[in-house]
Design a protein around this ligand. Structure first.
Ligand code: HPA
Length: 274
């Protein structure tokens, strides 16, 4: 387990690198959605490998760096690439950057991901506001001694996703004449895609989309009291819905195709965020 001094050492390094730039919002960019960081003017770029005690991402479509800069008039710390449990990191290593963000004073998070659509009314390319999640596996970043500096032993998860942020995002999307889906995200560790039987079971349980990220970070972020907006991009229909196998390249390609509208909505959301 990390000690508080290991978190503090990393946070000090991150804030030294940021100088007097104090980010207000953490944005985690999912597979293929990294363009938001690319369009940021005058960014401060910090590789994860340069932060003590932090691991670096190895996943398809993920770079391993923080990009800090201003978009939508807000000071952002973006993660271009995240850590996944399936890469072999511990649950605690996966959420390390969330806690770093908290230690440098950030209390708002926009978290994004690519996921498979379980809800058969969804289409590839749809964006879904996450209104809740289901996690039925044992992966959990809070197992172990509780770090009271971050939050309580038994944190509440009754409203993981901030209702005001959800409304603001809906309003933002409608201001462009578009609409956004809404639903429940089912977390699997991966790395294999699901079986058709698993997808049918998830649908019965009330899930709308399935993916291999986001939930660990949201648990850690709620534990330390951050407000969260969660956005899923449906990059494929989940296993068994269409008569074709799933593959990772399709997921990245769908991310790239949706990137422009995703960036437009997020920047306008930030502009409206008080
Ligand atoms: N399943 C799990 N994770 C995913 C999927 C999927 O179908 N698509 C993108 N990430």
């Amino acid at each position: 387990m990390y000690t508080i001094s290991e978190y503090n050492e990393a946070a000090k390094c991150l804030s030294d690198r940021l100088g007097d730039f104090n980010p207000e919002v953490l944005i985690i960019l999912g597979s293929g959605l990294g363009d938001l960081a690319e369009i940021c003017p005058d960014p401060i770029i910090i590789d994860y490998k340069d932060i003590p005690n932090m691991c670096s991402s190895t996943a398809l479509g993920h770079k391993g760096r923080f990009v800090a800069g201003i978009l939508g008039e807000k000071r952002l710390l973006m993660m271009q690439g995240r850590l996944h449990f399936y890469e072999g990191w511990t649950a605690e290593q996966v959420v390390f950057p969330i806690r770093l963000a908290k230690l440098i004073g950030i209390d708002k998070m926009i978290i994004t991901n690519a996921a498979g659509g379980i809800n058969t009314s969804f289409n590839v390319g749809d964006l879904m506001l996450i209104n809740d999640f289901i996690k039925l596996n044992g992966m959990n970043p809070l197992i172990g001694k509780n770090l009271d500096e971050f939050g309580p032993r038994f944190p509440d998860m009754s409203k993981v996703f901030d209702r005001e942020y959800m409304q603001l995002f809906r309003d933002t999307v409608s201001s462009f004449g578009d609409s956004v889906r809404e639903g429940v995200y089912f977390y699997c560790t991966g790395p294999q895609y699901e079986t058709p039987a698993e997808i049918r079971a998830m649908r019965i349980l009330g899930a709308d989309a399935v993916g291999m990220s986001t939930v660990p970070e949201c648990i850690a972020a709620r534990h330390c009291g951050m407000r969260i907006l969660g956005i899923t991009l449906v990059t494929n229909m989940a296993s068994g819905i269409l008569e074709k196998p799933l593959d990772g390249d399709e997921v990245i390609a769908a991310g790239k195709a949706a990137s422009a509208k995703f960036c437009k909505y997020v920047i306008e959301f930030l502009r409206r965020l008080s």
